[in-house]
Structure formats: structure tokens, C-alpha cells
Design a binder for this molecule. Structure first.
Ligand code: SF4
Ligand code: SF4
Length: 204
């Protein structure tokens, strides 16, 4: 091993890397400082849930009209979980590794997003961008399932029925997308009670 090193030194004239006087060649897939794209982020909170050391946090502001997304690079362990779970590719580990700062506060970054309020009770329940994103995804899924039976004219009755079920599920989800979880559950409970006698089911 040492012999190999001496040979390399004789060949190149250098036994170590040039950093910090020259840029450092980083390996492919190097996990450096997470870089957050504010515009692409929908403030869904998936990265905050996945982050093992709680370096990412999400909080409703005291005025309850915004959700703050924040990261503390001092806590980050560069595991890449945030990048893996982000649905919009808004967070990605970069090549940046020089993170020394004079003050701990300089290791923190944050941005704020408007919240969506429940159409029924008026409570803030998610970020407005996340709801818009979910609406677009559902609309696309609904469109795809509606097109499927037409596209596959020779499709079996079973697959046509499955596509109709998906379209119905999507339509049901879209109709409740403006409601918070509690109001949605209450709505579902009321609907279940309405349908139960017709189906001969017992009420609970
Ligand atoms: S890289 Fe890992 S530790 Fe750092 S912010 Fe992302 S999930 Fe958290
Ligand atoms: S997972 Fe992505 S979109 Fe969701 S809050 Fe984190 S960075 Fe934003």
C-alpha cells in the first residue's frame, strides 16, 4: 500500500489533495448540504416527518395564516431521507460541505407558505400549495381513469368497472378536498348513517 502511494507521489509530485487551495473532487452521489427550492416546495411536511434528527420542522404561525418550513443545518446528518420522500423534488442534497458559520443562527433557514382553511369549520388544515397539488394529482388520476375504458375498447367488463370505481373514488376525494380531516370524517359518518338503513346495515 505504502509502495503504491510512493509511486503515485513520484508520478504526480503530490501525496495529497490540493484542497483548500484547489477545489476538491467529490464522488458521484456525495451527500452535502440539503438545498431547498422554495418555489417547488408545497409544504406537505413529508421531509419533516422523515428527518431522523428533526433538522426540518413545520409550524403554524401564531397568526394561523401561514405554515413555516424551517431547517437547521446544525442538526442535519446528511442522510438524504428528505430528498427521498419529497414528492416535488424540492429538496436535494448538494455538493456543498463548507458549513462553518460564526453564529448558530446562521445554520437556520426558513420560509413561509399560506394555509388553506376548512370550507366547513374554517380551521387551518394544510398548506394551500399542498391542497392545489393534491387537486391537480387527483384531477389527472380522474382523467386517466375516465379515458381508460374508451382507450381500451376491447377491455373486459371487469377492468371497465375498476376504472369506473377509481373515477368515483377520485370524484369523492375531490369533493372533500376543501375539508379538514375532522369535518371529512364527520361527513363520512353522516353519509354512512344515511346509507346504512337502505343497505340493511346496523347503525353504530
Ligand atoms: S439530510 Fe437527513 S438529516 Fe439532513 S435534513 Fe434531510 S432528512 Fe434531515
Ligand atoms: S417534502 Fe418536499 S414539498 Fe414537502 S415540505 Fe419537504 S421540501 Fe417541501
Amino acid at each position: 500500500m505504502m509502495l503504491k502511494l510512493f509511486k503515485e507521489i513520484r508520478k504526480t509530485g503530490c501525496g495529497t489533495v490540493g484542497y483548500p487551495y484547489a477545489p476538491l473532487d467529490l464522488p458521484k452521489g456525495y451527500r452535502g448540504k440539503p438545498s431547498h427550492l422554495e418555489e417547488a416546495c408545497i409544504a406537505c411536511g413529508a421531509c419533516a416527518v422523515a428527518c431522523p434528527p428533526n433538522a426540518i420542522s413545520m409550524e403554524l404561525t401564531s397568526s394561523q395564516d401561514q405554515i413555516t418550513w424551517a431547517i437547521n443545518y446544525g442538526r442535519c446528518v446528511f442522510c438524504g431521507r428528505c430528498e427521498e420522500v419529497c414528492p416535488t423534488f424540492a429538496i436535494k442534497l448538494s455538493d456543498e460541505f463548507e458549513l462553518a458559520v460564526m453564529s448558530k443562527e446562521d445554520l437556520e433557514e426558513s420560509c413561509a407558505y399560506p394555509v388553506a382553511t376548512c370550507a366547513c369549520c374554517g380551521k387551518p388544515y394544510a398548506s394551500a400549495k399542498e391542497i392545489d397539488y393534491a387537486r391537480r394529482v387527483l384531477a389527472r388520476a380522474g382523467g386517466a381513469s375516465a379515458d381508460a375504458p374508451a382507450a381500451a375498447s376491447g377491455a373486459s367488463a371487469a377492468s371497465t368497472a375498476a376504472s369506473a370505481d377509481v373515477a368515483a373514488d377520485v370524484a369523492a376525494s375531490l369533493s372533500k378536498i376543501d375539508l379538514c380531516l375532522e369535518c371529512r370524517r364527520r361527513d363520512d359518518g353522516v353519509a354512512a348513517v344515511r346509507h346504512a338503513p337502505a343497505q340493511g346495515g346496523a347503525l353504530c
